[in-house]
Structures are given as structure tokens and as C-alpha cells.
Design a protein around this ligand. Structure first.
Ligand SMILES: Cc1ncc(COP(=O)(O)O)c(C=O)c1O
Length: 369
């Protein structure tokens, strides 16, 4: 799954903060809050961005707190995806993202991904072939789920040029950027667009703190945010108030930076270990995998394997992964697997790779006999 490592969730600190908050201000904490988010959390997000990159501040009018990243995606699609609208998505992509698009009856335009993220030239070719441009481009440009790849700077600029030409809105789904463990950071699409193209930045505390909090945030133009606030009012009125206060206090105490630093070190070590284990166990089968510079996942392909069928064999061997076909509406990627390196300690990653090898041997052996 795509959960942080259990030991990477600062549960003790979060519980202490929650106890303090509920003791001190229980009445306010249990009341309705502003739809755009608790002021303390909004201020903490603005301050965090200011300290991370003073040249790219968040305008308070451009910010809404959401109930996780999923609500950010839902709000973006509610506003911009109507029946029959073409929506460009990476292939493979995050299934809950593409499912949200189709729930608003958008039509998916699946664009392949390579080591530099979405193949923008292929997007152009598909648009030409269809004679119709997308209304929305949904992308996870940084440490993509599921492939772990990152959209290069050149392609980011090309994608924005195209969005401007097509009058398209870009949804930048960005849960993993703060988990970069190697290489130089790239500017977000939102930053690069400089207001020329509407970019909706969807972010969440799920991967950097804890998914059960259900706290995320969206940045976009003040006009889009104002419409999102109206839409969110009719969805859930406000995001869970006590947990917004907990996250805000965690940030106010200055704990987020050191927490992120420790996650980056840990996840880097785990990625390297998983790649090493795969090289040892699956290299002999001609397997290949991506080399993410951050995030949670890598994407492995094993020639001749049917990953849907492999799944149950792997479970019998005591190892799990997500089969590639789960990340494509049109059911591609049968020889691919999404592997999460973030949530498993190093010794278990080595053991997992061994078990996966046994499962592959069983499947390929059966195929031969
Ligand atoms: C790319 C992507 N977008 C959005 C989400 C959803 O985030 P949340 O759990 O905060 O709703 C995830 C979680 O797996 C994700 O990987």
C-alpha cells in the first residue's frame, strides 16, 4: 500500500499535542471551523512555504485546507470536469485520481510515461489523432504514483505551453515532493506557470505525517479557491477541526522540518536496499525497475510475467505488491508491479524480494510445464 512506515509516523508526539489542544481549548476545537481551513494551520502552511522558498510565497487567498489530497482532487474535478470532457492522464496513473475524473464523466486520454515522466510528445500526437484537446491535464509530476518517475524541466515547460494553447486547466497532484532524497529539486508546474495557465496544486499531509489525519491543502488562483470554498461548504463544511489544530501545532513547534529530514534519509536507504535486493533476486529474470529520487514507489517490469496472476502466488509466499493493471483504465501493464519501499524496513525488503523471486519462479515454471 501507499502508507508511510508505521515507525515513521510520530504518533507519540501527535498524541501529546492532541491531548494539550483538547485540554486547553476543547470548546473551540469541537466547533465548526472556517471552510477554507483553521487560521493557525493556514498560517503554518504559509510560514512553512516562506521558510522553504521565500521566492515562491503562498497568497492566503490562494489556499484552502482540504480533507486529504483526495478531496483536493475531487474539488478540482467537480469544478473543471464535465461529461465528455477529455482529461489527459499519465499511464500508468494513480487509480483514485483517474476514478475521480471518470466519476465526473470525464473521458481519459492515457499518455505513456518514461524515465522523464509523461511523454509530452505522445500527448500531442494523441490530441492530433483525436482532433480534440483536453480540457484538463491531470499529472503527478514529481515521484509519480505508481512509477516513481519525475517530469523533467523541459517537459514541464512544454506541458504548460500546451495547456496555454489548449486553454486547459492543469491539476498538479503533488503528495511526494517534500520527500526528495536525491537530485536537485524542480520547480512545481504551478510555479513555472507564473499565472499564465491555471494550475491547481493538490497536496496532503498523508505521506509526510500520517494518512489517518485526512488533512491536505490546495493552492490555485484566488478565483478558483473561492469556488472551491463554495463547493467544499456543500461537501463537508470544514475539514476535521481538532486534527487541523494538531497538524498546525506540530508545524508551529518546528517539528516538520526535522521529521521530513529523517523520512528522506530512511526512504533513501530503503529504496537503495530494495533496488539491491531486486538486482540480486530478479535481475536474472531480466527484470527492470525505475530509479525514483524521492517518494514511496518504484515500478518493476518482469518479462513474461502476468502480475495479476502472480499476485495470489506472491500472497501464498508471504509478499504483496500492486499489479500494474490496477493503474490503467485500459488494463495495460500486465508484466509490471508497483513496489512500495517506504513502508517496509530494510531486512523485510530483502526478504520480500526473495519471496517475490520464488513467486516468479513458480509462475514461470508453471508456464513452461
Ligand atoms: C498521487 C496521489 N494523489 C493523492 C493521494 C491521496 O492522498 P490522501 O490520502 O491525502 O487523500 C495519494 C495517496 O496515495 C496519491 O498517491
Amino acid at each position: 500500500m501507499g502508507s508511510p512506515a508505521a515507525e515513521a509516523i510520530p504518533a507519540g508526539t501527535l498524541s501529546e499535542i492532541a491531548a494539550d489542544i483538547l485540554r486547553e481549548g476543547a470548546t473551540a476545537a469541537f466547533d465548526y471551523g472556517p471552510t477554507e481551513g483553521e487560521t493557525v494551520l493556514r498560517d503554518a502552511l504559509i510560514a512553512f512555504q516562506e521558510s522553504s522558498d521565500p521566492t515562491d510565497p503562498i497568497d492566503p487567498e490562494s489556499l484552502i485546507v482540504t480533507s486529504g489530497g483526495m478531496q483536493g482532487l475531487d474539488l478540482a474535478c467537480k469544478l473543471f470536469v464535465d461529461r465528455g470532457d477529455l482529461v489527459a492522464v499519465e499511464s500508468p496513473t494513480y487509480t483514485n485520481g483517474s476514478a475521480t475524473i471518470t466519476s465526473y464523466e470525464g473521458e481519459l486520454l492515457e499518455v505513456p510515461v518514461d524515465a522523464d515522466g509523461m511523454v509530452v510528445a505522445e500527448l500531442v500526437a494523441q490530441v492530433q489523432a483525436r482532433g480534440r484537446a483536453p480540457r484538463v491535464i491531470y499529472t503527478i509530476p514529481t515521484f509519480q504514483n505508481p512509477s516513481g518517475t519525475t517530469l523533467s524541466l523541459e517537459r514541464r515547460l512544454e506541458l504548460l505551453e500546451l495547456a496555454a494553447e489548449w486553454n486547459a486547466v492543469v491539476i498538479e497532484d503533488d503528495p511526494y515532493t517534500l520527500l526528495r532524497f536525491s537530485g536537485d529539486p524542480l520547480p512545481s508546474l504551478e510555479r513555472l506557470a507564473e499565472g499564465r495557465v491555471p494550475v491547481i496544486g493538490v497536496r496532503t499531509f498523508s505521506k509526510i505525517l500520517a494518512p489517518g489525519l485526512r488533512v491536505g491543502w490546495v493552492t490555485a488562483t484566488p478565483e478558483i479557491i473561492a469556488r472551491m470554498i463554495d463547493a467544499k461548504q456543500g461537501m463537508d463544511t470544514c475539514t476535521n477541526v481538532p486534527l487541523q489544530l494538531v497538524v498546525a501545532e506540530f508545524m508551529r513547534r518546528g517539528l516538520l522540518d526535522s521529521h521530513l529530514a529523517s523520512l528522506r534519509t530512511q526512504y533513501h536507504e530503503r529504496k537503495v536496499a530494495l533496488q539491491d535486493a531486486l538486482a540480486h533476486e530478479l535481475g536474472p529474470f531480466g527484470a527492470r525497475w525505475t530509479d525514483p529520487a524521492g517518494g514511496f514507489f518504484l515500478w518493476a517490469t518482469i518479462p513474461g510475467v502476468d502480475s495479476d496472476a502472480l499476485f495470489s502466488i506472491a500472497l501464498e509466499q508471504g509478499v504483496a505488491f500492486i499489479p500494474g493493471s490496477a493503474f490503467s483504465a485500459s488494463g495495460h501493464f500486465n508484466d509490471a508491479l508497483r513496489l512500495c519501499f517506504a513502508s517496509t524496513p530494510i531486512d523485510r525488503l530483502y526478504e520480500g524480494a526473495k519471496r517475490l523471486r520464488r513467486a516468479v519462479e513458480i509462475q514461470l515454471g508453471e508456464a513452461q510445464s
